[in-house]
Design a protein around this ligand. Structure first.
Ligand code: SF4
Length: 177
């Protein structure tokens, strides 16, 4: 009976998913570093897909989707389309997702050179010649900049969305504060 009650509550909370593409996980850690605030958000959000932090990996659709990382492999290009289809609001977090990240250095050189240096068997590595931001592939509703993102800015963004308020996003990255 208690389980039915909790399922009923979950139906009324906004469903959140967190997806990772090419990235270091640092921006997802900013979400986890919200600590007590994250617990409070858990009252209003149903965290339905967040492999970095939980074994719960439910199917969409989701109300809010946070995306960390850039598009750097052929598989990424199709996966981000599927993620977008499941997202009512899609928010990219961090320099990788919003600008391509440090891995976009390959955009000005030959990625095959990097593969030969880094991997003993580069022929097995499936990699695009570029690393590109999520917004070059799908519609993005909001972007949070920074490497990593500022957890306070993330908290304000999510809190505003939960309150039905249009978020006021920072006009520059925390990297240049
Ligand atoms: Fe890591 Fe920086 Fe990319 Fe965030 S933006 S995933 S901290 S490299």
């Amino acid at each position: 009976m208690a389980q039915q009650g909790s399922n009923e509550e979950r139906r009324h909370r906004l469903r959140l998913a967190v997806y990772k593409f090419a990235s270091c996980d640092g921006c997802q850690l900013s979400l986890l570093n919200l600590e007590d605030d994250l617990l409070a958000l858990g009252e209003a959000l149903d965290i339905a897909y967040f492999p970095e932090a939980s074994s719960r990996m439910e199917d969409g659709p989701f109300d809010l989707v946070l995306v960390e990382g850039s598009i750097s492999t052929p598989e990424d290009t199709s996966r981000i389309l599927a993620v977008r289809e499941q997202a009512r609001l899609l928010i990219t977090i961090g320099a990788c997702a919003t600008a391509g990240g440090i891995q976009a250095l390959r955009n000005w050189t030959d990625v095959e050179d990097y593969k030969r240096v880094v991997y003993p068997s580069p022929a097995y590595i499936q990699s695009l010649s570029t690393s590109t931001p999520i917004s070059e592939h799908v519609r993005v509703d909001y972007e949070l900049w920074g490497c990593p993102i500022d957890k306070g800015q993330l908290l304000r963004l999510i809190t505003d969305l939960l309150a039905g308020v249009k978020p006021k996003l920072p006009t520059h990255s925390v990297c240049i504060d």
